[in-house]
Design a protein around this ligand. Structure first.
Ligand SMILES: N[C@@H](CCC(=O)N[C@@H](CS)C(=O)NCC(=O)O)C(=O)O
Length: 163
């Protein structure tokens, strides 16, 4: 699912400047995984990206090649290469960190205003909307996901017992 860049013809100069400044984003995507959160966000933000697809091993673990991308060996991982640069791409693991990174740079239409006008940078005065956004960003992986994993394992066990 490579980039869905806008048509080149007749693109206004401003748009092409913005397009040139977007880094090359590559998502290392594992089947049936949290990596889909990142596909969802990239699509929502209408960002061009390259998708590299990995299948799980028969034991359901990630293939060993993912360790070559990041030592954790899990998915999702996002690599970010600056346009026209020969530097090694930046590699980001942890879905929450990837979401935060993408929203920091490209999420202005999704992320609520952090401070009331005129009170930028002051702790304790963040807007309710922004605090809620930050809370759910971390809640999904920190609190909800462990419960979902337990539910998945219990479901698998009870399904196995009923066979
Ligand atoms: N906290 C990490 C969890 C990453 C993770 O455990 N990914 C799973 C897929 S949802 C994985 O790669 N599993 C394969 C394995 O552990 O070998 C995140 O949010 O990115």
């Amino acid at each position: 699912m490579a980039s869905s860049a806008p048509p080149d013809t007749a693109a206004p100069a401003q748009e092409s400047i913005i397009k040139d400044s977007i880094p090359k984003l590559t998502l290392y995507w594992l089947e049936s995984s949290r990596a889909h959160r990142i596909v969802w966000l990239l699509e929502e933000l209408e960002l061009p990206y390259e998708l590299l697809i990995y299948s799980r091993r028969p034991n359901l673990f990630a293939p060993k090649e993912l360790k070559e991308i990041h030592p954790l060996g899990k998915s999702p991982v996002l690599s970010v290469s600056r346009p026209n640069s020969s530097e090694k791409p930046m590699v980001i693991a942890e879905s929450g960190a990837i979401v935060e990174y993408l929203l920091d740079h490209f999420g202005s239409k999704l992320v609520p205003q952090r401070y009331p006008d005129g009170a930028e940078g002051q702790p304790g005065i963040e807007t309710e909307e922004w605090m809620r956004y930050r809370y759910y960003l971390h809640y999904s992986e920190g609190s909800l996901m462990p419960l979902l994993i337990v539910a998945l394992l219990l479901l698998r066990t009870s399904l196995l017992e009923s066979i």
